[in-house]
Design a protein around this ligand. Structure first.
Ligand SMILES: Cc1cc2nc3c(=O)[nH]c(=O)nc-3n(C[C@H](O)[C@H](O)[C@H](O)COP(=O)(O)OP(=O)(O)OC[C@H]3O[C@@H](n4cnc5c(N)ncnc54)[C@H](O)[C@@H]3O)c2cc1C
Length: 439
């Protein structure tokens, strides 16, 4: 049995960041990854002259952990920020036409997306602030600001992040900042103004997000074992015994689990935690990349992308205008688009064959951008379990993880299925657990 101080399970960005922060402290650790590659859902692919992201496209530069990681990896000079105009515009459909989402309070009160009655309700809250109790996103916004506010603004936005169902999602956990601001300032409008002002820029690297993974792999390679799936975790006195698919056994003082909830549920020794982890839903998503000739496109939508709600009757969840955000990822004569399909509300569409689905989506996107020419190039990737859903079960999950960690305080659980799904949230949680274990 091999002894190691800290064992990290999973080599996505959460596991690699934890490894990085442990390495900085010169701690003895080992990272076990079940697949033959690192990065988890960060999957950059280069195809001809195009940089394609099958997972995250951009990372938010919104906390000190991500900034430290990028600096330590000497990638600061390679960060590429979007063309300002593109980053600031996101569209939703309104009466089948793309309309920009309001990004400041002035635009907010002018936008046709929000009916006058909703704007009035927002202002009324200044005089009589309402109680903020956890409920579904749908209930919260329809009750407080009206159904159109939810349908036109909130639903497309959350579809873009989680591909989920607002009738199941938890307001407290999907809108963590709004919840905190409401607690602090009592009034939602103040929270909205502050979050609009505090918007951070997102970034990528010249050759995509995998550049970060490649550097981490290079720096940490002696402390990583690929093709090592953890199949059993046992308590052994005040330590843990970890058994892999290759029948290797490790004895360690600390464990950091960064694997998805459905994986951890199968190997964790606590039945209560295991049963809650099993209840976290993940939705399937298809990712298409399409390239068209710039000259063939008449409707030149300049922005980050467009998001849909079910009543738009589109067969996709949203489109990212990649080459508008980052012109360097594509040859200058072409435009690259990423289309996300499926999620909780469109699961059935994924039963259509890949070619059939591609045909449907290409026609819809050509109609949107008024493209007269043929598709130049395309790429396809399926995530069977893409994004964890922040549904009402989050409250119980949070308590369960917290109780577990109180009982086994050298067993840390992080990852993307609670306290933030974004890459930068994952990195921040990783630094935090390393601090908790070693400060
Ligand atoms: C399509 C898509 C688009 C996204 N877009 C964005 C975006 O634009 N911006 C953003 O910030 N975030 C985005 N996200 C979310 C973000 O990318 C993820 O939440 C984050 O990368 C998750 O990282 P992780 O390390 O926690 O988990 P993962 O990346 O899932 O890594 C977990 C790792 O654990 C391994 N593993 C599993 N079981 C075991 C086991 N038993 N033993 C050993 N290893 C195991 C897996 O193989 C995997 O490598 C997106 C996600 C998806 C799917």
């Amino acid at each position: 049995m091999k002894k190691v101080d800290t064992l990290i399970i999973g080599g996505g960005i959460s596991g690699l960041s934890a490894a990085h922060f442990l390495n900085k402290r010169k701690i003895d650790f080992l990272l076990l990854e079940s697949s033959n590659t690192l990065g988890g859902v960060i999957r950059t692919q280069t195809h001809k002259h195009f940089v394609l992201e099958n997972g995250p496209n951009t990372v938010l530069n919104n906390n000190s952990s991500i900034q430290k990681l990028v600096n330590d990896c000497e990638l600061k000079d390679k960060m590429i920020f979007p063309e300002i105009s593109s980053n600031s515009k996101r569209y939703v459909f309104h009466n089948n036409n793309p309309v920009a989402v309001p990004l400041n309070i002035k635009e907010f009160f002018k936008t046709p997306l929000i009916p006058l009655s909703s704007k009035f309700k927002l202002l009324c809250e200044l005089i009589s602030p309402f109680q903020f109790q956890n409920t579904t996103v749908y209930n919260f916004f329809t009750m407080k600001f009206g159904k159109k506010f939810h349908d036109n603004l909130i639903e497309p936005f959350l579809t873009g992040i989680y591909a989920g169902n607002t009738k199941k999602m938890s307001i407290k956990h999907c809108f963590r900042n709004l919840w905190l601001f409401k607690k602090k300032y009592k009034i939602i409008l103040i929270g909205l103004i502050i979050s609009m002002k505090k918007r951070s820029l997102s970034f990528t690297f010249r050759n995509g997000l995998h550049e970060l993974i490649k550097i981490l792999e290079k720096n940490l390679k002696d402390k990583i074992e690929l093709n090592s799936s953890v199949e059993l975790i046992k308590k052994n006195g005040n330590k843990y015994e970890i058994v892999t698919n290759t029948r290797k056994t490790f004895l360690c003082k600390n464990v950091i689990s960064t694997i998805p909830s459905f994986s951890l549920s199968k190997i964790i020794f606590d039945d209560n935690l295991s049963s809650i982890l099993k209840k976290i839903d993940y939705n399937p998503i298809d990712v298409f990349h399409f390239v068209f000739k710039k000259d063939d496109i008449k409707n030149n939508l300049n922005g980050f992308g467009i998001l849909c709600k079910p009543s738009d009757k589109k067969n996709y969840l949203g489109i990212i205008f990649n080459s508008k955000i980052f012109p360097h990822i594509c040859s200058p004569d072409y435009d690259l688009f990423t289309v996300l399909v499926g999620g909780e509300k469109q699961k059935d569409i994924l039963k259509i064959s890949k070619e059939g689905l591609k045909k449907i989506i290409v026609n819809e996107i050509k109609d949107l951008i008024k493209c007269s020419g043929d598709l130049v190039s395309s790429n396809y990737f399926r995530w069977e379990k893409a994004i964890p859903q922040y549904n009402l079960i989050q409250e119980e999950l949070g308590k369960s993880i917290s109780n577990f960690q109180k009982k086994y305080n050298n067993f840390k659980i992080i990852g993307n299925y609670f306290s933030g799904v974004s890459v930068s949230d994952c990195i921040q949680k990783s630094e935090l657990v390393v601090d908790e274990l070693y400060d």
